[in-house]
Design a protein around this ligand. Structure first.
Ligand code: ATP
Length: 367
């Protein structure tokens, strides 16, 4: 059993600097409350502003520390007006995912009580499913390889999608293992492959591999849904899903839809998990429209930190870290259950301070 964990912290840009310090305070608090594990944080500058100052978006020192530490906690990176010469936004978090081979983007869609969510049925107010986004290939694989060919009216830009057997097998294995675990915990245990196999050959290839992996996991149910139908069903009957697994860009898009179902980007946590490494970060971006106004919702960052503790605890057989994750989740849930919080994204005026204070108070009650 391991008890001392080193954590690389990357606050990044924008509201990352507002939600990171408070999240570290929360982690320190729960660490003291539960005991039996320690977290040693080391913070590094990286992201768009760092690129503007130095010409480097992800310094080697930060990358090396991330490789050597037990886990990385990242807030958000990128600013719309700071770009690489080819026009792309600075997104070293994508580079980190690729370099660390973090193939499974885990995006839980779990609603909190006491919020006026966009879907009002009882089922939609109690959502609890997980979207797993393949995070190393798909259409995003051509991020740095895009090409323009031809002249005049024939000039055309190409981004090529990559779907590999290895990429599929490992993310589907991950999704079925998650489905199995969830089945044990009382959920449906249903893995849904979301693709566009009726139009694109690469997705037909992906679907066939999904079926091969499904045949090896017959204790877990499975089905397929085309991405357009998935978008419809996620708005119409999202509670029918348990584990969704999909290609990188489809996952990028559908996970924002999932965040919408939860009440906004500030509510949506995530983890990017590989075979040995993992990065935990809220789904939201740097939110340039609200920087410095105290409006940033820290919930997604808190829940991502809980995912980190859970992953560390499971990986290193440290039940205290798992218990601490449970406490953060419960404190957040209890804070929303008071009915006192209404984040800005849902039309209210609960910002970083109000939300944090209530979560900290609820954590105290669990001591
Ligand atoms: P990206 O383009 O990388 O996704 P972004 O910040 O432009 O980054 P989102 O993260 O999708 O886009 O956020 C969209 C909007 O949602 C933001 O502009 C902001 O108004 C709101 N938002 C996002 N995160 C939060 C948060 N943590 N708290 C409050 N509002 C948020």
């Amino acid at each position: 059993m391991k008890t001392a964990f080193s954590i690389t912290v990357l606050p990044g840009d924008g509201i990352g600097h507002e939600v990171t310090p408070i999240c570290i305070s929360l982690l320190n608090k729960v660490m003291q409350q539960v005991g039996g594990f320690s977290l040693d944080f080391e913070s590094f500058s990286a992201g768009a502003v760092h690129y503007k100052k130095t010409g480097i978006s992800l310094p080697d020192e930060a990358l090396q520390h991330a490789f050597n530490s037990d886990a990385t906690l990242l807030a958000c990176m990128g600013m719309p007006d700071i770009r690489y010469p080819d026009g792309r936004e600075i997104a070293p978090q994508l580079e980190l995912r690729e370099k660390m081979d973090l193939f499974a983007g885990v995006r839980p869609v779990k609603t909190m009580p006491g919020l006026p969510l966009p879907l009002t049925s009882k089922e939609a107010q109690n959502l609890d499913f997980v979207l797993v986004r393949e995070s190393t290939e798909g259409l995003f694989a051509s991020r740095e390889k895009f090409k323009i060919e031809g002249q005049g009216a024939e000039e055309a830009a190409y981004d090529t999608q990559k779907i590999s057997r290895r990429g599929c097998e490992r993310v589907f294995d991950f999704a079925f293992e998650l489905g199995r675990q969830r089945k044990k915990d009382g959920y449906k245990g249903l893995v849904t492959c979301v693709d566009k196999a009726n139009v694109l050959g690469s997705f037909y290839f992906m679907r066939n591999i999904f079926d091969e992996i499904a045949a090896k996991n017959t204790d877990v149910s499975h089905n397929h849904v085309y991405v357009d139908a998935a978008a419809l069903q996620l708005v119409g009957r999202p509670w029918q899903f348990d584990v969704i697994v999909t290609e990188n860009m489809f996952g990028d898009i559908l996970s924002d839809l999932g965040a919408g179902l939860m009440g906004g980007m500030g509510m949506a946590p995530s983890a990017d998990i590989g075979l040995t490494k993992a990065v935990f970060q809220p789904c939201h971006g740097t939110a340039p429209d609200i920087i410095g106004q105290g409006k940033a919702n820290p919930t997604a960052m808190f829940l991502s930190a809980a995912m980190m503790l859970q992953w560390l605890g499971n990986k290193h057989a440290n039940d205290n870290a798992v218990a601490a994750a449970g406490k953060i989740n419960l404190a957040v849930e209890n804070a929303y259950a008071t009915g006192q919080l209404l984040p800005y994204e849902l039309g209210g005026n609960s910002g970083t301070e109000e939300i944090s204070n209530l979560v900290f108070a609820e954590l105290d009650k669990l001591a």
